[in-house]
Structure formats: C-alpha cells, structure tokens
Design a protein around this ligand. Structure first.
Ligand code: 5AD
Ligand code: SF4
Length: 507
C-alpha cells in the first residue's frame, strides 16, 4: 500500500509562489533580471524557508519561474524525514544535468543548488555524486545564499552546511508588501527551529540542530509586517513549536501560549494556528489559550506516533499512551470542539501485533479528525536504525493499511458531521467555477462557497451543504466582513469530531 495519509498537502512540492519583481515596494535593482525555479519538498517549514530564500534572491535580481526549463538557477529545497529522499534527489539531479548540458551546448548557463535537510545531511557527497550541482546549502545558512552565489559565479563549487553562529532570520530580508500579497491571506511564520527531543526514529535533531526560539520582538515585527500587507491568518511553525520560549513584556519568561496572546493583539490578525507540537510541551498556558483566545483556531496537530508503551519507550517519546489520553482530555475540557490530528508510525523495530493493536485502540479512544501515518523507515545515524527486530515490509504494509482504514473512517465521519452546520470561513482564493470562492473552516478543511460570497480576506458565515473530496461545499448565510474574525460557535458540533487537512510537521 502506498505510504500516504489522507490529507491534502503533506508533501508541499511545487514551485514557491512568488510575485514577479518590479513591484512598487521592491528595492531598486542594479543587476539584470535572472530567473529562479524553486522546488520545495517536505513540510511547511521548508515552504517558509523557500519563500525566505526567494525573498533573498529577489534582492539579487532573481524573479521566480514556474518551470526549470527557463531558469538560470534551479534550487531544490529537500526533505530527509523518510526514506527515498536522497534517491528522489539524485534522480531529479540526473534530469537537471541533462537540461544543464543542453543549455551549455547553446552557450547558456544553468546553476543548480541543493538546499534543505538532505543538503545538511549529505553535504559534499552531493557534489561528488552529482558534479553538475554548483551549490549545497543547509537550512541554517540560507542568509549566506547571496554570497554563496557570488562565489559560484566565480566558478567555485560551494558547500555551506556549517551551523551558523549569527541568527539567520536577522540576516534574511523581509518580503515586500506585494510579495506577501501574492502569497495570499494566510502565511507561515517560523518561530522555532530544531529539536532536542531525539526520538529514536527521527533525523531532525541531526539535520536541523538543537532547539532555537526566535525572540518575541522579531516574531511580532514579522507578524505586523504580514498583517499590514493583508495577511489574516498566521500559522506559527517549528519542528517542535510548543517548545518555543522567550522573554516577554517586563522580562517575563513566555511560552507559546503567551506569544499567541501577544500576536492576537495585532490588528488584522483574525486567526492563529501552530504546528507541530510534542505532547510533553503542551503546558497549562497553551491549553488555556485554546480556552480563552478566540483567534486561536480549534485545531491541534499532536503526534503520538504509537499506542504501545513499550514502543513509545523504544522511540524515546517520553510519554505513555495514558499520558497522551489524559492530555487530550484536558485539551478537550478547555476547548470541546477542538479537532485533533496526529502522526503515526507502524512497524517500528520490535513492534508486535499486540503493540500495533494498542495503536489502533488509542486511535479509537481519541477519534482523530485528520491523521498522517507512515511505515517506519530506518534513517542512517539515528538510534532506531541500529535496533534489532526490524519488522518485515509486508507486515508494515498490512498494518499501515489497517490503520489508514480506521483513520479514514474517522475523517469521513467527521466531515459528514459538518453537513448542516454553520461556521465562519476565511476566503482565500477564487474557486474553479465563476463566482465561486474557496476558503477555510476554523478546522482547516477547504470550503467551497458559490455565488460571489465576498472578497479574498473576508471572513463570512456559511452553512455546509455537502462534502466533497477533502473539502466541504457551502452556501453563504451572512456575507459580512468581520473586523476580528473570531469564529462563531457551531450549532451543536460534536466535540472531537472535527476534521481538517493540514500538512504534518514533526514532533
Ligand atoms: N520513519 C517513518 N516515519 C517517520 N517520521 C519521522 N521519522 C520517520 C521515520 N524514520 C514521521 C513521524 C513524524 C512525521 C513528520 O514523520 O510520524 O511525526
Ligand atoms: Fe523532535 Fe518531533 Fe523528530 Fe521527535 S519526531 S525528534 S519531537 S522533530
């Protein structure tokens, strides 16, 4: 069975959407225009990084293009989380080499760069195996991209994978207003990077390094800039986002809960979300934010990975199944209509049928609105890879199939439960048919609304009339513009039976 999940955009592949240059608030360029094609693999943090790299390249005179064929620079922003990442990369590089050779025969140049977690993990090896690559740059050094390209321009092959001492966010240029607008009314904002949890299956602590939180002032300034350009919904990102901490007003130590309250004060910000969280870092203040902060959307991606305590221990998750269930109870007591999403791994070394049944039971006990499930894939250099008793592929396939059947059933039940409900929808883009708009429910699922219900950025009240494929179909019941955008209560949505399609992160 294909290792997949039932959501929409887990694999955020595709070119980063960026506006053409020359907009009124872009800096004046002294350099000729060149084209960059950015392909993004993996999680939302890579999507955010691709945007920031594109912002930085815009200052070097690069405009984005949607195809590699006419690009002067092709940048692959890679993901290393599961198997086949490097195989995928090398086959993409094989195709690009042909393109580069054809271009060279015409007397034109095409630069190839590899960024992201595979770049970090493999470094120079990438250039050894694929000599057509000009630049390898790890996630902590993106702010050095302009200098790296200058060196490449001088004919050097550049590998930048050192952990930078300087704060990359300080040195990455902010996007112009037009750039932000072109990306839509929802935006990602990375507030935290890296992870200190060392789950034994996971490469993140090695590729992204240890936990770093961005300071409050930097986050607030970026959020204000986004809001001023028309962004209405912010999703705070971090590999382990709820481990974020910083110094708030009066030098007080803040956690993510306090940060969310501060961001909610910014005019124009109507909705807040965050991902991805570790159960151990869900503190009281964050749970209270789910109870008290209207702008915080009732959706939480809270990976558990497995249901068996023996396997959770071997994974170094630092919580039991019962801890997780108690936590879910507390969160639901604070916010009864919250939708839960999770990540699951089947076939971790030593997993028996009984262990797997504990995962199935936990899923039944929690009832997820959305979930992501994977077969365990040994990642070189992680402790899990060296454990004995690896599970046979056919057994992993079978377990994944059974788990996904249960999760899909829960997701569909949730979607069906939405029909007839009223809810607020943030309109994001035009739909496929004339007059149609596509927005998002508080629970994140796309909602298609007909008959010119409002403008992009409006939050309108709709009634759900049917379910589509991973979307809901609705009619507007109150085409009004809301200043604050706080979601209205559902008419009797059953607690915990809420869905969404949200790309998974980590934790
Ligand atoms: N094998 C399978 N799944 C993995 N994940 C992370 N590492 C591995 C691995 N080695 C999954 C986890 C994580 C999600 C982003 O990817 O479920 O939460
Ligand atoms: Fe950290 Fe999440 Fe990876 Fe665990 S799964 S090591 S919490 S990023």
């Amino acid at each position: 069975m294909k290792e997949t999940n039932t959501n929409l955009i887990h694999e955020a592949t595709g070119a980063a959407a960026v506006s053409p240059s020359g907009t009124s608030d872009d800096p004046v360029r002294a350099v000729p225009e060149r084209k960059v094609f950015v392909k993004t693999y993996g999680c939302q943090m890579n999507v955010y990084d691709s945007q920031r790299m594109t912002d930085s390249l815009a200052q070097q005179g690069y405009v984005t293009t949607q195809t590699p064929e006419d690009a002067d620079l092709v940048l692959l922003n890679t993901c290393h989380i599961r198997e086949k990442a490097s195989e995928k990369l090398y086959s993409a590089l094989g195709r690009l080499r042909k393109m580069k050779d054809e271009r060279a025969a015409d007397g034109r140049d095409m630069l190839i760069g590899v960024a992201g977690c595979v770049a970090q993990a493999e470094g120079e090896e990438i250039i050894r195996r694929a000599p057509s690559v000009d630049l390898v740059i790890g996630p902590q050094t993106y702010h050095r991209l302009p200098q790296a390209l200058t060196r490449v321009g001088r004919g050097e092959k550049v590998v930048e994978t050192e952990y930078a001492i300087e704060d990359k966010f300080e040195h990455l240029p902010a996007p112009g207003k037009e750039q932000v607008r072109s990306r839509g009314v929802t935006a990602f904002l990375t507030v935290q990077e890296g992870c200190d949890k060392f789950c034994t299956f996971c490469v993140v602590p090695y590729t992204r390094g240890s936990e770093v939180s961005r300071p409050v002032s930097q986050i607030v300034a970026e959020a204000e800039r986004l809001a001023a350009a028309g962004v209405r919904e912010l999703t705070l990102l971090g590999q382990n986002v709820n481990a974020w901490h910083g110094q708030g007003a009066g030098g007080r130590e803040w956690g993510l809960g306090e940060l969310l309250f501060r961001l909610a004060e910014i005019p124009g910000i109507a909705r807040l979300r965050y991902t991805t969280s570790h159960p151990r870092d869900m503190d009281d203040a964050l749970i209270a934010a789910h109870r008290d902060l209207d702008q915080l959307m009732p959706y939480l991606h809270l990976p558990v990975q497995a249901g068996s305590d023996r396997i959770l221990k071997a994974m170094n998750r630092r919580h039991t199944g019962a801890d997780y269930l108690r936590l879910v109870e507390r969160i639901r007591a604070a916010r009864p209509d919250i939708a839960l999403s999770g990540d699951f791994i089947v076939g971790f070394p030593g997993e028996t049928e009984e262990d797997f049944q504990a995962t199935m039971q936990l899923v039944r006990d929690v009832t997820y609105a959305q979930a992501y499930s994977f077969k365990y894939s040994p990642r070189p250099g992680t402790p899990g890879a060296d454990l004995p008793d690896h599970v046979e592929e056919a057994v992993k396939d079978d377990r994944l199939q059974r788990l996904q059947a249960l999760l899909t059933e829960q997701q569909h039940a949730f979607q069906r439960g939405m029909v007839g409900q009223s809810m607020d929808v943030l309109l994001e883009k035009p739909g496929r048919l004339p007059g149609q708009m596509v927005g998002r429910s508080p629970w994140l699922l796309p909602v298609i609304v007909g008959e010119n219900p409002g403008e992009i950025g409006d939050i309108i009240t709709v009634r759900i009339i049917s379910t589509g494929t991973n979307s809901l179909v609705a009619e507007a019941v109150a085409a009004k513009r809301q200043a604050d955008g706080a979601p209205q209560a559902l008419d009797g949505a059953s607690p915990g039976k809420v869905l969404s399609g949200f790309p998974s992160g980590l934790a």
